[in-house]
Design a binder for this molecule. Structure first.
Ligand SMILES: *Cc1c(COP(=O)(O)O)cnc(C)c1O
Length: 457
């Protein structure tokens, strides 16, 4: 059977459809829109049932081959999946038919590993010739280390990571700054949104046309597709335990890439009853759902769950698009999405720091469940959903844990009085030398830096 390659369109509707390899290399479309698959090949329930005994890598292959036709062949994709997904994906039973899916067992102990590792391997597979690809990434914490690790040592690729110096933990910083080689890190004296703005501007800057730039941010469709896989995985593995009813997934959200993975999975035929969107105090999206009016939070608020400190999520344009509307790159809604259908599919709620702390304590005392601040937002959001829907008590619910508790040792120690066990991935960073350059939020020096480093001489 030959599979027709899926084509990708821009949410700003100003460019021709492209194939995956193009969408990957461009990152953002030239009309500043975000790429979305024109068609989303669905699984039949028989096809889903056939995956119950498959490994994570095999399920990733089954999902992703629907999008990669024409870019990498099946056998190569299978090998890339095996190589990228060589770590466990625990579905921890908590109570009734409620589970926590731990996406924190990859090399940088955050869920960003799932997408970054696949995308890096895809780019490695399609890059050839003598120009290096320069991957620009703005990070609020975990993306940077996941991306830096994912591309570390990949030939023909340079990785440049911008992070807000004051907003990442020492351990998060060390995960990025101790690598070296083809990984360059810039500590920006500003917020995540500033880093993101610098990166976005670089992508549309004609003065940088001599550099082959690409992105690994969650605006890249290569980041999104792999994030649909674990929802498929969770559903088929829990179905094997007899939980075959539609699932509720609670997703701690910042830039909304993870949540869009769930939307894709739903469109692929995974029975999903509801997607709970749990943000921290940056509540622009829950307010949007409530009021139908969208306004960014500028500057974004600093919260414990620092990877979710986003005042204007880039993937929101994709969500609006998926529900028939149009949000442009400035965050303005040009055409309204179907709010009724959105409210039916999602339950959006904001969890502040006090509630995050209380949740970490409660989950541990009541269930022996160890959460860190991001996963605690998801768990608290799920609790609110359950309170609003007592009739669904005892049906299948999965809360997503996106980082390892050991990434937040001080918070965990102060709240629970325990030291979370440090996974191998995080051990041994303290002694290593760090390398990073300091930068302001001004754009021009950043441009000059890129030209000096990577511009054709
Ligand atoms: C990035 C991140 C999030 C938010 O994910 P989005 O896809 O940006 O919504 C949540 N938790 C952790 C630990 C993260 O690193």
């Amino acid at each position: 059977m030959t599979t027709q390659p899926v084509r990708f369109y821009s949410t700003n509707r100003g460019v021709e459809d492209v194939l995956l390899a193009d969408a990957l290399l461009q990152g953002q479309a030239s009309d500043r829109g975000l790429f979305m698959p024109r068609t989303i090949p669905a699984f039949t329930s028989e096809q889903l049932a056939a995956l119950v005994d498959s490994s994570y890598a095999e399920i990733a292959h089954a999902v992703l081959r629907r999008f990669t036709a024409g870019m990498v062949d099946d056998a190569r994709l299978q090998a890339l999946c095996e190589d990228a997904y060589d770590y466990p994906v625990p579905l921890e039973h908590v109570v009734d038919r409620t589970y926590v899916m731990r996406l924190d067992r990859g090399p940088t102990a955050s869920f960003k590993d799932f997408a970054a590792r696949m995308m890096a391997r895809w780019m490695g597979a399609i890059m050839q010739g003598d120009t290096d690809l320069v991957i620009l990434t703005a990070t609020s914490g975990d993306t940077g280390s996941a991306v830096a690790h994912a591309y570390y040592g990949v030939p023909h690729v340079q990785s440049v990571v911008l992070f807000p110096v004051a907003e990442v933990s020492a351990r998060q910083r060390r995960q990025m700054t101790t690598l070296g080689k083809n990984v360059t890190t810039l500590g920006v004296d500003g917020k995540f949104d500033d880093c993101q703005a610098m990166v976005k501007r670089a992508f549309s800057d004609p003065a940088l046309s001599s550099i082959r730039l690409s992105s690994a941010n969650s605006i890249n469709i290569g980041r999104l597709l792999p994030q649909s896989v674990y929802y498929v995985y969770a559903y088929v593995k829990l179905a094997k335990k007899g939980c075959t009813e539609p699932a509720v997934f609670s997703v701690p959200s910042g830039n909304f890439g993870d949540m869009m993975g769930a939307v894709l999975a739903k469109r692929m035929g995974v029975p999903i009853r509801k997607i709970v969107i749990a943000t921290n105090a940056n509540d622009e999206v829950p307010r949007f759902f409530e009021t139908g009016t969208y306004s960014k939070i500028v500057p974004s608020l600093v919260c414990l769950s620092n990877a979710m400190n986003v005042g204007h999520p880039s993937n929101l344009a994709r969500l609006v698009d998926a529900y028939g509307g149009w949000m442009d790159e400035t965050g303005a809604i040009r055409e309204k999405p179907d709010m009724g259908r959105m409210r039916g599919d999602f339950f959006a709620t904001s969890v502040d720091d006090a509630q995050t702390r209380a949740t970490i304590k409660q989950a541990y005392e009541k269930h022996g469940l160890l959460l860190e601040p991001h996963g605690a937002c998801g768990w608290a959001g799920l609790g609110r959903y359950q309170a609003a829907h007592p009739e669904q008590t005892g049906s299948l619910m999965v809360s997503v844990e996106t980082a390892h508790p050991a990434k937040f040792p001080d918070e965990i120690q102060s709240m629970l009085g325990i030291d979370p066990p440090v996974p191998q991935a995080l051990a041994g960073l303290e002694g290593k030398p760090e390398h990073f350059e300091s930068a302001t939020t001004a754009y021009e020096p950043f441009r000059d830096f890129l030209l000096t480093r990577f511009g054709r001489k």
